[in-house]
Design a protein around this ligand. Structure first.
Ligand SMILES: CC(=O)NCC[C@H](N)C(=O)O
Length: 129
């Protein structure tokens, strides 16, 4: 069994600052669970275009508000505490922070290794292979 305390992740190499998000990786590929598990903070008013071309992602909002725009359809969906979005088609999307910072709990399949880079378009590229 593993126990991970968020306070041990904050300020460690498992806390990653993105262009306009902060992500704390509680589980990475090396933890052997078959998925990675993150908490991501999206500041109020932030806007970012993201595309995880190599990963599926499920995201569950536990605080704050914002929206996600599906760039394939143009549909915009409100996000608030209790809403999950699943990027099951490697969906290109725009994430927008609302009036209160969003706290998102995310799972990635395949698991993020922690060595990926984020391309300008927000997609992951595995650095190795
Ligand atoms: C909600 C969301 O897309 N989280 C981003 C995770 C971040 N790209 C990471 O690398 O941990």
């Amino acid at each position: 069994m593993k126990i991970v305390d968020l306070k041990d992740i904050i300020g460690s190499e498992r806390e990653v600052e993105g262009p306009s998000w902060t992500s704390r990786r509680l589980l990475l590929k090396s933890d052997g669970m078959g998925f990675s598990f993150h908490e991501t903070i999206i500041p109020a008013g932030a806007e970012m275009t993201l595309w995880y071309k190599n990963h599926l992602e499920a995201v569950y909002c536990v605080a704050g508000n914002g929206s996600i725009e599906d760039l394939a359809s143009g549909q915009v969906h409100a996000i608030h505490d209790g809403v999950l979005y699943a990027l099951d088609q490697h969906d290109r999307h725009i994430l927008r922070g609302g009036t209160e910072d969003m706290r998102l709990i995310c799972a990635f399949n395949p698991p993020v290794t922690g060595r990926e880079t984020h391309d300008a378009d927000g997609s992951y590229e595995l650095v190795e292979d």
